[in-house]
Design a protein around this ligand. Sequence first.
Ligand SMILES: *Cc1c(COP(=O)(O)O)cnc(C)c1O
Length: 495
Amino acid sequence: MKFISTRNKDIEFSASEVIVKGLSDEGGLFVPCSFPTVTEQELKSYQDKDYYEISAEVISKFLTEFSLDTLKGLTKQAYDKFDGEAVPITKTEDNIYFMELWHGPTHAFKDIALTLLPLLLSESKKINGITEKTLILVATSGDTGKAALEGFKDTDGTDIIVFYPEDGVSALQKLQMKTQRGNNVRVFGIKGNFDDAQNAVKRIFTDGNTIKELKECGYALSSANSINFGRLVPQIAYYFSSYAELVANSEIDENEKINFCVPCGNFGNILAGYYAKKMGLPINKLICASNKNNVLTDFINKGEYSLDRKFYKTTSPSMDIIISSNLERLIFELSDRDDKLTAGRMEQLKRTGSYNISNAELEKLKTEFYAEWSDEEEILDTIGDYFDENGYIIDTHTAVSLSVYNKYVQKTGDNTKTVIVSTASPYKFVGDVLYAIGEDVPEDEMDALELLEEVTALPLPESLSELPSLEVLHSAVIDKEKADEAVIAYVKEKL
Ligand SMILES: *Cc1c(COP(=O)(O)O)cnc(C)c1O
């Protein structure tokens, strides 16, 4: 299978090149030349397979340079790091199933891709004969940083440096990063907010002098950003595995169409569902759920993507986004893969802050997707109500998904069986979750975790309960102008 860019179809790349490069030279995103299919027979066979096997089979359809056995080795290594079953499904009431994507090492859905990406990257470098070391730089608003650190720690030939905003992550997220172990990791707080951290990293990526100095030390820069195809492809597998499990449990008939409702930010998760549908999975609607930052709701309902809007800080921070990068891959498909048109629209977005799609494209979009959003009060009420009525506790991001699903049913009357995609452990957002179920929120983070365990009986993961007793290994907080110096100093230390 070869790959092309959404902004230039003339040059083809291999999968391993695409994983190493991340982004195409003219700024487009890599997509497969065509969509492979999963046959009914194959889908049926998934009923008897472990998650790592299904994952390897689905991924092998795209990454044809890797043998199925190699991929199985890698997916096993990645998903062995999960607590028990990698992607369990919980039925809470008739027609509703929660697909829990947060049983990985850092308890957020990013683990599904970031436990595997480092392994795919190492293999891809081998295939392309690249011996240079890779330095991964990440600016994080919380979840990605920790998941990338855990994913890349102690990986040969790779080092990772994470920058988090000193004032922009939760106490628990900060502690998770400051106690990170591994012989190839470094974490810095940046004085400022997420934009300051992001801009500091972007400057390094475009600074010729720093890049040259790194090269002299044997390093090439890379990013673990969600636009890398290597982060997207592992996410396709759980749409198939969850479907197969529902058939195996006689919850649905073979070939019965179901909905997936997905809490969206950068549009990577739901796009993987759209790819699964293109590969033959019987999906009715993909429901795109947003919080108050509802740029995607407007786009899917009106056909205009506009950046002219206020940014809100919400209780579901991983969905607080205005530029949703993976949408470009969807636009490309809607336009019947018109690279010139896609490039033009992205250029227009940069220049004018908005672009429109045609009415025909909008109609197509609406047959595949439904979009709605919920405000902060609705989201917290949803957590409280669902816990009261069903004894099932969800985090703030998953609550966006459930709240939007409830509105969808009310508005459309569609009773198609639906998988609610659940993206974070309630413990990761313990303060807001406790508040939502009517508890007084303890000031001390550890007390809060223990209270949530006491009230909900959801087992507190050891990697979170041990946090306060771990040694702080990364306490540096630096000015945003000093990020490049910090990177060079790290690399020199490694020589
Ligand atoms: C990243 C993230 C999302 C959004 O996923 P996208 O692929 O960016 O749309 C939702 N919930 C949680 C908890 C996340 O970490």
